[in-house]
Design a protein around this ligand. Sequence first.
Ligand SMILES: NC(=O)c1ccc[n+]([C@@H]2O[C@H](COP(=O)([O-])OP(=O)(O)OC[C@H]3O[C@@H](n4cnc5c(N)ncnc54)[C@H](O)[C@@H]3O)[C@@H](O)[C@H]2O)c1
Length: 450
Amino acid sequence: MSPPRLARRTFLKTAAAVVTPWIVPASVFGATAPNDRITVGCIGTGNQGFNILKQFLKHAEAQVVAVCDVNRGSFGYRDDKQYCGREPAQKLVHEHYGAGRASGRYRGCDAFGDFRDMLARRDIDAVTIVTPDHWHAVMTVLAARAGKDIYCEKPLSLTVRDGQEMVRAVREHRRILQTGSHERSNPVTRHACALVRNGRIGQVKRVTTFVGYHNKVGPGPGWQPMPVPNGFDYETWLGPAPWAPYHQDRCLYRFRFIYDYSGGQVTNFGAHSNDMAQWALGMDGTGPVEVECLDAKFLPEGSLFNAATETRFRCRYANGIELVCETEKSSVGARFEGTEGMVQVGYGGFFTKPESLKTSTIGPDEIRLGTSDDHVGDFLHSVRTRRDPVAPVEVGHRSATVCHLGNIAIWLWKRGVKKVLRWDPQRQEFLNDADANALLGRTRRGPWQG
Ligand SMILES: NC(=O)c1ccc[n+]([C@@H]2O[C@H](COP(=O)([O-])OP(=O)(O)OC[C@H]3O[C@@H](n4cnc5c(N)ncnc54)[C@H](O)[C@@H]3O)[C@@H](O)[C@H]2O)c1
């Protein structure tokens, strides 16, 4: 039997307060270690869910005790070799902890189809949410209410209103939330952003952020629905999204090309790239004050994938700095151009002008942008210490908001509304623009409303 939650939490906090370094070795807990580690349930064990699960398994201070997916197990994810879903995830956990079985330290890993059953388990401290974006807000709010700490993938939200709701729930229930913006735990990105933040390129004049092209092809107009495969709970996969007929290219991995479930590559890659910009510019608690679509391309009307295939939008911050977010082959990255130099960082590499900036160090009196080199480790540290991680809920929300603003400008532009939208980052509303404000949130289906 696990100890009562309050007592266990109090113990974790006390342990964190008196033991340094911050990782409390599992050995201090003795033979019953599994119940005194941070117990984790993983929701969404698909393409990225498997990566995150493996990262949690590497940390001895955590114990994965449950997995959850609406897919029992199948191929059909990002690449042909991936076999994902709850049963393969459970198998991975069994194999990983298998050696501890004889000593009695391993108590098994449950596999759930309904995340609410997992949330109802009182012995789970933290959950990962690695489902499509249309589920992030509902799951985060219910997890926060259930007293779980949360590692939620980027983009944190599907809409601005979702993000605000997530911030409120996490703070109201005093939960830890780490956004999966792992570039905040990448030392190269941190150094690049710190150079910009500390004025090493002079006054920043212009920022360019990148988002990638579609990497999958979906069916064109006239596509036909398909039968739902055995072992896949399609109704629950759709959840809060509008009902739509099943097609295999709607769901696993490919949801990111359909606006009902995602913001397209603008939020998929933009959640990283615009996050870098917000970080480097010191804009974490706020955002731009205007946004304008410059260009967008779409597949023919009636295609299953309706998210823009190429985009270009411009934002301006209150201090005059311009940010242009555009489709580019390096997919994730940001370029900062200043009066005295340039810094570019992302999946395409790290470049500076002058080149000497690259190896220059950030001095003790300069602004430092954290120390995390391990995003999951940073989350577990926060669970113990109750201090915010490197990408807390507000950071995830504000970085996703930059992407959502871009998408709203793009959607209006597609309808023929070609104008600069003015945004109030304090009130989180467009100024005098009912059409744009109507796009800040969405109605959820069935029981998932409110
Ligand atoms: N940090 C990163 O660099 C990074 C990389 C890839 C994906 N992601 C993010 O991770 C999330 C998932 O993306 P993916 O590529 O892994 O998608 P995916 O489709 O491969 O996996 C999502 C999984 O969630 C499951 N799922 C859907 N609804 C569910 C529900 N109600 N309950 C339980 N499981 C449910 C699906 O069946 C699927 O197995 C997205 O938000 C994406 O943006 C982040």
